[in-house]
Design a protein around this ligand. Structure first.
Ligand code: NAD
Length: 437
């Protein structure tokens, strides 16, 4: 099938490459000329495992191209909308201006029978509104919402082998002709057994925000337990192991630490609260305010613990922060708790050096005032305290004896409870975890 993918960021670039991998003819469209130049040259404009190889593999088949002009969408039968929906400045609500602009830009190029498929995460009610715009431009075209659940760091496999596909259609009916079109797009994963659920438009939009709210709640729940464990002298890692063995609870997403960040969870739960307020259902989501507050409290807690670790004052202390990305296997620093903590420490008088295997460029653009070191060893040189804030494998696997030879003072704060506390203590380090005695 001929497919256009509008917006080639973390979601769209992967989606475009994966649709070509599934055998379709794909054009990726983005207003960002630099991104399009990179992608056209077979370079991933951001770090995502497997993406660059996939881009090169599918570009060699001639089935994938990238353009900056929306007119390139003309002739495609299916148009995926993958543009950003960031938080509005100074408000909790989502900024829908990119989605609105993408649909308005696409409208003149729609042909009869075209299918527009929204993938961006949007507040419930957006799809119905955009459906009117699409129908107004091309009455025989259709709009569906097909939320995306990929995880950065696993985006390629999550797109090629999703754990479920959700199709939101106007009437919520499996018989809707658009369902058959999208089934042809996803025939590969469907034949491999991926479950597919057909819903109405609002349910499809809500599935995504509900899923993210649940994940955020699970993380904040265990972080609240970490606060209690700290107060009571208990161990949150063992607590998580024990409650996680109950399969109604499950162990995943129960790692206490510095909390969630990134381009999705924080802004999605806030936009969800804002939308619930507009719908008169704000009470239903007041708990998310607490989820957000617990999460933000983690960052202040780490700053306080670092101060304690440094003997009561941060002034002039050389602090090494291991990790800048919001999670390992990504270079995404949007709302990264690691960087937010690094910046707060610096503001409070510490001399902060940040290192990360992939995210330093993005980090330096966002926080130019911090000092960055490419190599872990150089970053740890003469440190008064080391903070592990993004659990990249190379940091988990650090040798405490070798690391001990680099620093001025053997103090480590394990913001992800990822290190073996006994091993680090045996090597002479003062070890602090979160919610661990
Ligand atoms: P992003 O900022 O990385 O990418 C958005 C892209 O859209 C940018 O490259 C931007 O230049 C482009 N764009 C903006 N306006 C455009 C226009 N009018 N025409 C063409 N291109 C335009 O964001 P992202 O992380 O890819 O997220 C995109 C959407 O997907 C968001 O709604 C997000 O919540 C959702 N989502 C993201 C992920 C993820 O892991 N990143 C997962 C699931 C859902």
């Amino acid at each position: 099938m001929r497919i256009s993918v509008i917006g080639c960021g973390y979601l769209g670039a992967v989606h475009a490459a994966c649709m070509a991998k599934l055998g379709h003819d794909v054009v990726g469209i983005d207003v960002d000329e630099r991104k399009i130049a990179d992608l056209s040259a077979g370079h991933a404009p951001f770090f995502e495992p497997g993406l660059e190889q996939l881009l090169q593999e599918v570009q060699a088949t001639g089935r994938l191209s990238f353009m900056t002009e929306m007119s390139a969408a003309e002739g495609s039968q299916v148009h995926f909308v993958c543009v950003g929906t960031p938080q509005k400045k100074g408000e909790n609500a989502a900024d829908l201006s990119y989605v609105d602009a993408a649909i308005a830009g696409l409208a003149p190029y729609l042909s009869p029978g075209d299918l527009v498929v929204g993938k961006s995460t949007v507040p419930v009610g957006t799809a119905a509104r955009l459906s009117d715009v699409v129908k107004g431009a091309q009455p025989s075209s259709e709009l569906m919402w097909n939320p995306e659940f990929l995880r950065e760091g696993h985006a390629v496999t999550d797109t090629l082998q999703p754990d479920r596909l959700v199709y939101g259609v106007h009437d919520g009916s499996e018989e809707h002709p658009a369902v058959q079109i999208l089934d042809r797009v996803y025939s590969g994963p469907l034949e491999a057994g991926t479950p597919r659920l057909v819903t109405d438009l609002p349910t499809a939009e809500l599935v995504k925000t509900a899923a993210n709210s649940f994940l955020a709640t699970k993380i904040s729940f265990i972080n609240a337990m970490a606060e209690l464990c700290d107060a009571a002298g208990a161990n949150v890692s063992l607590l998580a192991d024990a409650i996680g063995m109950d399969d109604r609870i499950g162990r995943k997403f129960l790692n206490a630490g510095i909390g969630f960040g990134g381009g999705c969870l924080p802004k999605d739960i806030r936009a969800f609260m804002a939308r619930a307020g507009e719908l008169g259902a704000d009470q239903a989501l007041t708990f998310l305010r607490e989820v957000d507050a617990i999460n933000m409290r983690r960052r202040t807690r780490v700053v306080e613990l670092t101060r304690e670790l440094c003997g009561g004052s941060l002034l002039g202390q050389r602090i090494t922060v291991l990790g800048a990305a919001f999670k390992p296997q990504s270079d995404d620093v949007r709302d990264s708790p690691a960087l937010s903590i690094a910046a707060q420490l610096q503001l409070q008088g510490a001399v902060v050096t940040v290192t990360d295997p992939e995210a330093l460029g993005n980090a330096a653009r966002r926080f130019p005032e911090l000092h960055y070191e490419e190599f872990t060893e150089a970053a740890m040189n003469r440190a008064d305290a080391v903070l592990l804030l993004t659990e990249w494998p190379e940091y988990r696997e650090l040798d405490p004896y070798e690391a001990g030879a680099l620093v001025s003072a053997k103090r480590v704060l394990d913001g992800r409870n990822a290190l073996d506390a006994r091993k680090w203590r045996a090597a002479g380090w003062t070890y602090r975890g979160l919610g661990r005695p």
